[in-house]
Ligand binder design. Sequence first.
Ligand SMILES: [Fe+2]
Ligand SMILES: [Fe+2]
Length: 157
Amino acid sequence: MSFAKLLKIHERLNELFLLHQEALLRLDLELAAERLRIYERELRAHMRVEEELLMPVYERAGKIAGGPPEFFIGEHRRMLEFLTRFAAALSELKGESGDPARRVIRLFDEEAMFKSLCDHHDMRERNIFFPALDRVTDEAERQELIGRCFAANSQLE
Ligand SMILES: [Fe+2]
Ligand SMILES: [Fe+2]
C-alpha cells in the first residue's frame, strides 16, 4: 500500500468543487453556497489529518528539499483564505439586485486561481509528501494511517 492512495481523496474533493461551480454557472447561488460549504467541510477534514496525523510522521524523513512542513501548511491556509472570500462574494451576490453575470465571471476568475493553487499543492503532495511518508513507514503503519485518513472523509465515499 502507498500513500498515493490518498490521491483518491483529492479527486473526490475536486469533484465536490466542480459541483459547486456547476451550480454557480447555472446562477443557483443558494445551491452554489451550500455546495461550497460541503466542499470546505471535507477539505478542512482532509487538511486536519494531513497536519495532525501525517505531518509528525513526515518529519521523521528529516529535511527534504522543496518540502518543509511550513510549505504544505502555508498552502492549506491560503486555500482556506480563498474559500472565505468565495463565501463572502456569494453572500454579497445574493444580496445584490441586477444582472449578476459580470460578478459571477469575476468569481470564476478567482476560483480559477484557487484551482491552480490546489493543483500545485496536490502535485507537491504527490511528488514529495506521499513518497516520503512511504519511505518512513512500514506496511502496518501505512495501512493504519491511510485508513484513518479515509475515515476522516467518510462522507466522500
Ligand atoms: Fe494538503
Ligand atoms: Fe492532500
